[in-house]
Ligand binder design. Structure first.
Ligand code: PLP
Length: 385
């Protein structure tokens, strides 16, 4: 049974149609040949590609300055596609030591099991990355702003080092987004996104994106995504595109509120430390400014001195703010690494990373800035001392 043709319309829809079809029918074997041989464009089976993924990928390509980027079912699928689609047993890969938790786990647990050697190194220090290089190093994976301590990678020097040594540089641009920084402009070979976060922006889509500058490498990544079944659903891509349409406006609002919140917390008597890449007291303030043109993003981290009771008081007191370990939503979210993303570390190890018990990370959303600041004031009022 074939679907009936759509009713004729001289006018066209202003929204991308959702196309959930898993299979696409051809008229003849000759037509299939034309598609498979690349003489004509066409879809066959949605794991191999579908219109909603291609429309969304093309939008992100334009933002990043890439070509032929590939959508994946999650940000981790995009990270996995890079590490498993580019590397072979016997290769060595270097990762930033403050990468996203699951990326760290891939490096620590899964790649070694497949015979791929891994080293984690401090990406704020090019010498640490240089020291980790081996003759069989094939790829370096970094994030420019680290989570949750918001430290800034030495992108310019790491990029130059990778170029000199013929090593691929992959940048996970989830936190920074192309509005703050375009990794291809800084010499990156591969750009990765968790589209789940700021790009789609409503916490209702899981998706990822990966694009390599070299077309041959990009084709290899795409083949790996298709073969390993990482293709996202048409509906998620459709919803992701809907969210992406407002990305720039959302980021502007969230970023300007984040800068105000950071300054407010910075002068609050109960806060001992604020980390925000747009502030002059940030440990890599000059580097942040050079890379992101004075923009600080929507993430703010801060420390309230004290133990678990103090942390509980802050989380409980921040009424109306989701205490949840994600970021980039329309609503502000608050997370506490010591009880979530970094709970596997000892208190000493967290302390060494600059993340004591009273360390919080805020992903600033779209609320009224004054109302949001008032919520934090009330939460801090509830802290003893
Ligand atoms: C969330 C995140 C990921 C993983 O993305 P998912 O869509 O959750 O799989 C990867 N990198 C960074 C920096 C992230 O914040």
């Amino acid at each position: 049974m074939r679907p009936d043709p759509l009713p004729a319309s001289l006018s066209t829809p202003v929204v991308t149609p959702l196309m959930p079809s898993v299979v696409y029918a051809s008229a003849t074997p000759d037509e299939l040949d034309l598609q498979y041989e690349g003489y004509e464009n066409g879809y066959t089976y949605s794991r191999e590609g579908h219109p909603n993924a291609d429309v969304l990928a093309a939008r992100i390509d334009r933002m990043e300055g890439g070509q032929g980027g590939v959508m994946t079912a999650s940000g981790m699928a995009a990270v996995s596609a890079v590490l498993m689609g580019c590397l072979a047993a016997g290769d060595h890969v270097i990762g930033g030591d403050q990468l996203y938790g699951r990326s760290l786990r891939l490096m620590a647990e899964d790649l070694p099991r497949l015979g791929i050697e891994t080293t984690l190194a401090d990406s704020t220090d090019v010498d640490a990355i240089a020291d980790a290089m081996r003759p069989n190093t094939k790829l370096v994976l970094i994030e420019v702003v680290s989570n949750p301590t918001l430290r800034i990678a030495d992108l310019a020097e790491i990029s130059a080092l990778c170029r000199d040594m013929g090593v691929l540089l992959a940048v996970d641009n989830t936190f920074t987004t192309p509005a703050l920084l375009k990794p291809f402009d800084h010499g990156a070979d591969i750009v990765i996104h968790s589209v789940t976060k700021l790009l789609s922006g409503h916490s209702d889509v899981m998706a990822g994106y990966v694009c390599a500058r070299d077309p041959d490498l990009n084709a290899r990544l795409e083949t790996f995504v298709v073969t390993s079944g990482m293709t996202p659903s048409p509906f998620d891509c459709w919803l992701g595109e809907r969210g992406l349409l407002s990305f720039e406006v959302r980021l502007d609002r969230a970023q300007s509120t984040a800068a105000r919140l950071a300054d407010h917390l910075g002068s609050h008597p109960k806060v001992s430390r604020v980390l925000y890449p747009g502030r002059d007291d940030h440990p890599e303030a000059a580097r942040a400014k050079a890379l992101m043109g004075g923009q600080g993003g929507n993430m703010v981290s801060f420390v309230v001195p004290g133990g678990r009771e103090v942390a509980n008081a802050v989380a409980r007191g921040a009424e109306g703010i989701a205490f949840a370990p994600t970021l980039g939503d329309v609503g502000t979210t608050l997370s506490h690494p010591a009880s979530s993303s970094h709970r596997a570390l000892t208190a000493e190890a967290r302390e060494a990373l600059g993340m004591p018990e009273g360390f919080f990370r805020v992903s600033v959303g779209l609320e009224d800035p004054d109302a949001l600041i008032a919520v934090f004031d009330r939460a801090l009022d509830g802290v003893p001392g």
